[in-house]
Design a protein around this ligand. Structure first.
Ligand code: NAD
Length: 483
């Protein structure tokens, strides 16, 4: 059993507001406990972070980058151990857990380049007058993360915010708190000064106390749309900077001219990867015209997955029950079940885990639950469309706006989808169109509240202030009123 406390003042500290048990979605067994901080502990932790931030921001960026460089070495050394722990608490397969960490390390590599990016600049803007801009840290910033990527999502923001000179307060998901210990230990071993990273556990009370704390200047959130809205409203009502990424209902538009192998693998992997528990997973397949041969390929690939080795578990028993009930409701409403994950057997020795196989539902009606609600599981809803215009209209009718992909061999159709999609990210013959550094990650509409993206170039403005300094040392004889 792993014990996970709160990382306060650089010391693992037992929370004074009780402990919770963490269960593995794969086996149902207790694998750890997590202690929750009292409001006095949260206040003390953030006060300490504010003090630590001042000297961290004063350190030259090259010194800050050195810590992050060493962090990269440690995370790579620990990658297998972190992936194993992540898999056991989140239900992912080992390979998925490792891939998520490596994606987080890519963001860390981007952060290592910050010293070479636009941290400042100077220009003579008029005779004898120069203007300079400097990127300055905000102070203490906070991040609230979801269960489904216990390392990758925190690493989207930590390296960038910390490299820019902020102190970072992290509230991991209460469903997957254990990975946080390994990540914070890696930061500490890399030489991050005490207080620059703080980890506080718990649920809504901890989140609210962090947002409300006067020393916290900015809040990043990743999770469901319902909570993203609450967090965004709470933080911005207090005049704080906030960026809150929410849920998704991603569409894939499949055309008859799509490459059979590419679309079969791309679409199947998109809805089954991480057992469908990712905000970029395919959820609705908009099947334009006669694409039955393509759908057969998707079914073949999804059917070949083995629960427990090539496909992971569902995070909680309650979520698994919700998915089973949603599939049954869709079936009762007239859907044809082409692949039934309800019948899949749990892996031997893991019968108490939360297992559901890949499920494909055909003849789903636009506007129905399976076509519009984020189910967050390995369920693909097929909506039949007569043409691309109908497919685009259905895509646009859903409130979310994370990702939309098209599988086609036609450049003009691909371009039409890229232009018309009401999402922040578009894939052309790619099932999970996650942009990689230095391109930034972020949706639109109900998938994101706030301005800018959470990673890449577009995140720098979120984690810093840009100060402008205009300088004149001598009166110029030919000066105009402007100079
Ligand atoms: P969640 O919204 O239930 O929880 C996310 C975080 O919010 C957790 O740390 C949790 O403790 C906290 N929280 C829960 N209820 C709260 C409340 N009432 N007030 C304040 N804080 C609260 O999400 P989850 O189930 O952990 O994660 C799955 C969701 O996250 C899905 O909707 C998925 O699409 C979304 N997600 C989005 C992205 C993205 O980039 N857009 C990435 C990953 C996950």
């Amino acid at each position: 059993m792993l014990l996970c406390d709160n990382f306060i003042h650089g010391v693992w500290t037992k929370g004074e507001s009780g402990t919770e048990t963490v269960h593995s979605p794969q086996t149902g067994k207790a694998i750890g406990t997590v202690s929750q901080p009292s409001s006095a502990q949260i206040d003390a932790a953030i006060q300490f972070a504010a003090k630590a931030q001042k000297s961290w921001a004063d350190a030259p960026v090259k010194e800050r980058s050195k810590v992050l460089f060493d962090l990269r070495t440690i995370l790579l050394r620990e990658a297998d151990a972190i992936a194993k722990l992540k898999a056991s608490e989140s239900g992912k397969t080992f390979d998925e857990a490792r891939a998520g960490l490596m994606k987080g390390i890519e963001v860390l590599e981007f952060a290592l380049a910050i010293q070479n990016l636009d941290l400042g600049g100077r220009l003579e803007i008029s005779r004898g007058v120069s203007c300079e801009f400097r990127r300055e840290a905000l102070g203490v910033v906070a991040s609230i993360t979801p269960f489904n990527f216990p390392a990758m999502v925190p690493l989207w923001t930590m390296p960038i915010a910390i490299a820019l000179g902020n102190a970072y307060v992290w509230k991991p998901s209460e469903k997957t708190p254990l990975t946080a210990k390994k990540i914070a230990d890696a930061f500490q071993e890399a030489g991050l000064p005490a207080g620059v990273l703080t980890v506080l556990h718990g649920g809504v009370n901890t989140v609210n106390a962090i947002i409300d704390h006067p020393q916290v200047k900015a809040v990043a959130f990743v999770g469901s749309t319902k909570v993203a809205k609450l967090v965004y409203q709470r933080a911005t009502n207090l005049g704080k900077r906030a960026l809150a990424l929410g849920g998704a209902k991603n569409h894939i538009i499949l055309l008859p001219d799509a490459n059979l192998e590419l679309s079969g693998a791309g679409i199947s992997d998109s809805f089954t990867g991480c057992a469908g528990q990712r905000c970029m997973a395919a959820s609705v397949l908009l099947a334009v015209g006669q694409v039955d041969a393509h759908i057969e390929k998707i079914i073949q690939r999804a059917s070949s997955l083995q629960l427990g080795s090539t496909m992971g578990a569902i995070i909680t028993k309650a979520q698994k029950e919700f998915l089973v009930e949603a599939i049954t409701r869709a079936e009762k409403a007239g859907a044809k079940v082409l692949l039934d994950g309800r019948k899949a057997k749990a892996p031997a020795g893991m019968e108490e885990g939360n297992w559901l196989g890949p499920t494909i539902l055909d003849n789903i009606q636009p506007g129905s639950e399976a076509a519009t609600i984020e189910l967050f599981g390995p369920v693909l809803s097929i909506v039949r469309c007569k043409d691309i215009s109908e497919a685009l209209a259905i895509e646009a009718s859903v409130e979310y706006g994370n990702a939309c992909s098209v599988f086609t061999s036609s450049g003009p159709i691909a371009e039409r989808v890229a232009k018309a999609a009401t999402t922040g990210m578009v894939g052309i013959n790619i099932g999970v169109p996650v942009p990689r550094e230095p391109f930034s990650f972020g949706g639109i509409n109900a998938s994101k509240f706030g301005h800018g993206d959470i990673t890449g170039h577009h995140s720098l403005d979120f984690w810093s202030n840009v100060k402008k300094i205009t300088v004149k040392w001598e009166k110029q004889s030919d000066s105009t009123w402007m100079s």
